[in-house]
Design a protein around this ligand. Structure first.
Ligand code: CP3
Length: 342
């Protein structure tokens, strides 16, 4: 029997949507916090295949999600390309910055990335062995624009200002960086698929700050190039694209990029997305992650409304963004129970 997520990705409208959750392995779970403490810190956890596989499996054991997402981070690729990377507790990631040609010239070529990323492929191989037969394994990478925003600024930014500034001031350098990340992403995802990932997802968390032609050039075009290259090598592996906060640009995104599914954030209504996005194929989403903190009848009502809005077509239930550390694990169970009984 084909796994439910793969059926939805192939375009089938299922009576009950399959479900998984962004950041399902994370700090809201006590067992995750314990394993992270054992690893020492977040990056040591990412690069420890046994422990990274363990935290990937924790939410599957606890909740029986229909998919597991590889435990890693979108910023491992920049690190593999030669950027310095560290995490400041309570604040987030820090990287060496790219502001001038010499910073770009110091980066490594794409062939070198596997030296750093080999442990990630090993995590995928372990998961392939240990996951229940009905659970789909999802690999992922950051989309080039989102990864570039971190590489340029050296940290997360509210408005991606430094990346927009480099794009305006030195288009050639900015485009060269986008191309390097694009090529690295193709090789990284291709190796994840070789190791056993059955689906891959491209996270473009900051796509919403690209407007007009910039959206075409730096959200759409790199996704299209990555998906075309992956499809040439792995024609049967579905790709989920997540151009977060793309708004009206969600319309036609799957067709324009070749993605098998578009993941929706919760700033778009499910009814609107059913009419304007799901008409082209599978959608994923889009419950506000705040419901995992607040719970109650509002969680139940909103979960049912989303399931009903997407009932006529292929749909994978998920949050609109990652679950936050202050979420209550009981609310996750309530969401799953509501989806499966809706
Ligand atoms: O979804 C999953 O469970 C799979 C693992 C995963 C992580 N990060 C683990 C993680 C995935 C798919 C990501 C993607 C990611 N990482 C994105 C794109 C999705 C999004 O959230 O917009 C981005 C922008 C990053 C970069 C990143 N990693 C930031 C900005 C932070 C700090 C913010 C925070 O939540 O602390 C991280 C750290 C991170 N990545 C954690 C986890 C579980 C928390 C680290 C910890 O345990 O201390």
């Amino acid at each position: 029997m084909t796994k439910t997520i793969l059926r939805a990705l192939a375009g089938e409208a299922l009576p009950t949507p399959p479900i998984w959750m962004m950041r399902q392995a994370g700090r809201y779970l006590p067992e995750y916090r314990a394993t992270r403490a054992e690893a020492g810190d977040f990056l040591s956890l990412c690069y420890n295949p046994e422990l990274a596989a363990e935290v990937t499996l924790q939410p599957i054991r606890r909740y029986g999600f229909d998919a597991a997402i590889l435990f890693a981070d979108i910023l491992l690729l920049p690190q593999a390309l030669g950027a310095d990377l560290w995490f400041v507790t309570g604040e987030g990631p820090r990287l060496s910055t790219i502001t001038a040609q010499r910073d770009f010239d110091a980066l490594k070529g794409v062939d070198a990335i596997h030296d750093t990323l080999n442990p990630i492929y090993e995590t995928v191989r372990i998961l392939k062995r240990e996951l229940p037969a009905e659970t789909t394994l999802i690999g992922f990478a950051g989309a080039p624009w989102t990864v570039a925003t971190y590489m340029i600024a050296g940290r997360g930014t509210p408005d991606q200002g430094p990346a927009h500034a480099l794009k305006a001031e030195n288009r050639a350098l900015f485009s060269a960086l986008i191309d390097r990340i694009t090529e690295g992403t193709i090789e990284y995802l291709s190796r994840q698929i070789d190791a056993g990932a059955e689906v891959v997802k491209l996270f473009d968390s900051w796509a919403g700050s690209l407007k007009g032609q910039d959206f075409d050039d730096f959200a759409l075009a790199p996704a299209k190039r990555i998906i075309a290259a992956l499809k040439a090598r792995h024609p049967d592996t579905p790709v989920i694209a997540f151009p977060r906060e793309a708004g009206e640009r969600y319309v036609g995104f799957a067709k324009a990029t070749g993605a098998d599914c578009v993941a929706l954030d919760n700033s778009v209504s499910a009814d609107w997305a059913a009419q304007n996005v799901q008409v082209d194929g599978c959608v994923q989403g889009n419950l506000a992650s705040s419901h995992m903190v607040t719970g109650g009848q509002a969680l139940v009502d909103e979960t049912r409304a989303i399931v009903n809005a997407f009932r006529g077509g292929p749909h994978i239930f998920n949050l609109g963004h990652g679950i936050t550390p202050d979420a209550d694990p009981e609310n996750v169970a309530l969401m799953i129970e509501t989806v499966r009984s809706a």
